[in-house]
Write a protein that binds this ligand. Structure first.
Ligand SMILES: Cc1cc2nc3c(=O)[nH]c(=O)nc-3n(C[C@H](O)[C@H](O)[C@H](O)COP(=O)(O)O)c2cc1C
Ligand code: SF4
Ligand code: SF4
Length: 434
């Protein structure tokens, strides 16, 4: 049976599923229950400097985007870092770590961008026996207006500087949590590496306004008639997070850097995908907030079963396996040709594929008088739109054409040779094969 034990930057946990720094990890009560449910580790809700606790709003702090079945797809929040006393948190962390030595506890931190502030808090964290720290350079609201969170994460020089202080005043692993509210995520990741970070984690939440109340004319969540942007997370952000992860995994200046993947992880499959793109483990917030701590049991059993099926004994067997297959557009094989195919036994004649292809693609689906839908190979460019709009899974599939066949759309014979844009005759700067 597959062994889910994961060692990430020297920190061992019984499985790769950690709770991300957020309400699920805000206090001892939650974290104990999370560990009892089976979570491999937690990143404690972000702690700030000693002093008067942070003040949250007293009205709604969430907004949501739903699917048609009211399943939560995206969550927006305007919550700040912990509003509980620093020393209460530290005592709780110490107690929980002592009782669960086999689980990972990482302490998330956000203090002002001054050496003295980091120098003051790091020994206190070291004292708790926690396994490492995560620098919250990602919170996009509230704290960023005070020069912390994303305000630091958007300036590579600050990231490098603070990371260096942390490596100087703290002896255990340092993870830098990145903000997605930036154009090129490779730059902050490279800065973290230069500063000596042991790993990066991403993504924190994305700037968002989920809805506008058209009666009060204010963004929601609305606090006494006024709203503000919040941070977006949940299944909707997974594609953005995975793209950013893959950029870091592929870039020369950050390749090989340990990554903890965050953003919309809800199932074992999501986790496996992040890990295939190079993440040593994953962190989860919204799924736990939506379905409760026991969702980790599904993740554990699903991942374990899949690993058995694939013959993977350890998570390291598949971490990063998809990285070499993630490339730039210009290197895609232009000699690969496919056609859409409709399975008439599965088709319910809804006509969605027809409408989509007829109005917005290549007029490659024919509809007969009795509403039988079929693909016209001579028009189909294999764009895949019909597959994506069809409500019946596997009803439309994309079938690759065999080498030697003639594509009726172009009259060209399907070539066995790989040929990409860099070698294409239409490319003015075409060179040789890559
Ligand atoms: C209500 C809420 C509070 C959060 N607070 C923090 C925080 O204090 N520190 C932090 O680093 N990230 C915080 N996050 C971001 C999460 O740790 C995580 O990066 C993000 O939610 C994406 O993961 P998900 O899609 O699994 O939710 C918070 C998220 C939510 C929803
Ligand atoms: S793959 Fe694209 S072009 Fe082909 S039938 Fe489907 S929608 Fe039309
Ligand atoms: S969208 Fe799917 S189910 Fe609907 S007509 Fe097309 S193939 Fe059939």
């Amino acid at each position: 049976m597959a062994d889910l034990t994961t060692t990430f930057i020297g920190i061992t946990s019984p499985n790769p599923f950690w709770l991300a720094s957020a309400p699920p990890t805000d206090k001892e009560y939650n974290v104990r229950r999370a560990f009892e449910a089976g979570w491999g580790g937690v990143v404690w809700k972000t702690l700030g400097s000693e002093g008067p606790p942070v003040v949250n709003v007293n009205g709604p702090r969430y907004g949501a985007i739903y699917g048609a079945d009211r399943r939560l797809l995206g969550l927006n929040n305007i919550e700040l870092i912990t509003d509980r006393d620093l020393f209460t948190n530290l005592e709780e962390i110490k107690r929980v770590k002592a009782d669960y030595p086999d689980r990972a506890i990482i302490v998330s931190l956000m203090v002002p961008c001054e050496e003295e502030a980091w120098k003051a808090i790091l020994p206190l964290v070291e004292d708790t026996g926690a396994d490492g720290i995560e620098l919250n350079f990602g919170c996009p609201h509230g704290m960023s207006e005070r020069g912390m969170g994303a305000a630091v994460g958007q300036v590579p020089e600050y990231i490098e500087m603070v990371t260096r202080w942390c490596k100087q005043y703290y002896s255990k692993p340092v993870i830098v949590k990145l903000t997605p509210n930036i154009t090129d995520v490779r730059k902050p990741a490279a800065a973290a590496r230069r500063g000596g970070a042991d790993a990066v984690s991403l993504i924190n939440t994305i700037n968002s306004i989920t809805s506008v109340n058209l009666d009060s004319m204010s963004p929601e969540p609305s606090i006494d008639g006024k709203g503000t942007h919040g941070g977006y997370c949940g299944p909707a952000v997974k594609p953005i997070a995975m793209s950013m992860v893959s950029e870091i995994a592929r870039a020369q200046e950050t390749a090989g850097m340990p990554i903890s993947g965050i953003g919309g992880v809800t199932t074992w499959r999501d986790a496996a995908e992040f890990m295939a793109l190079g993440c040593g483990n994953v962190q989860v917030c919204t799924a736990a907030m939506t379905y409760g701590f026991k969702i980790v049991q599904e993740m554990i059993s699903g991942l374990s079963q899949w690993m058995d099926e694939k013959g993977f004994e350890n998570t390291t067997d598949f971490v990063g396996m998809a990285v070499p297959n993630t490339t730039d557009w210009q290197y895609l094989n232009l000699n690969y040709i496919a056609k859409a195919k409709i399975d008439q036994d599965l088709c319910i004649s809804c006509g969605r594929c027809f409408a989509a292809c007829e109005d917005t693609s290549h007029q490659a689906i024919a509809m007969s008088e009795d509403r039988t839908f079929s693909v016209i190979d001579a028009e189909c460019v294999a764009c895949n739109l019909c597959v994506n709009v069809c409500p019946v899974e596997n009803c439309i599939t994309m079938e690759p054409m065999a080498v030697g066949e003639v594509d009726p759309r172009t009259d060209r014979v399907v070539d066995s040779e790989y040929a990409n844009w860099t070698m294409h005759p239409n490319n003015p700067s075409a060179t040789a094969a890559e």
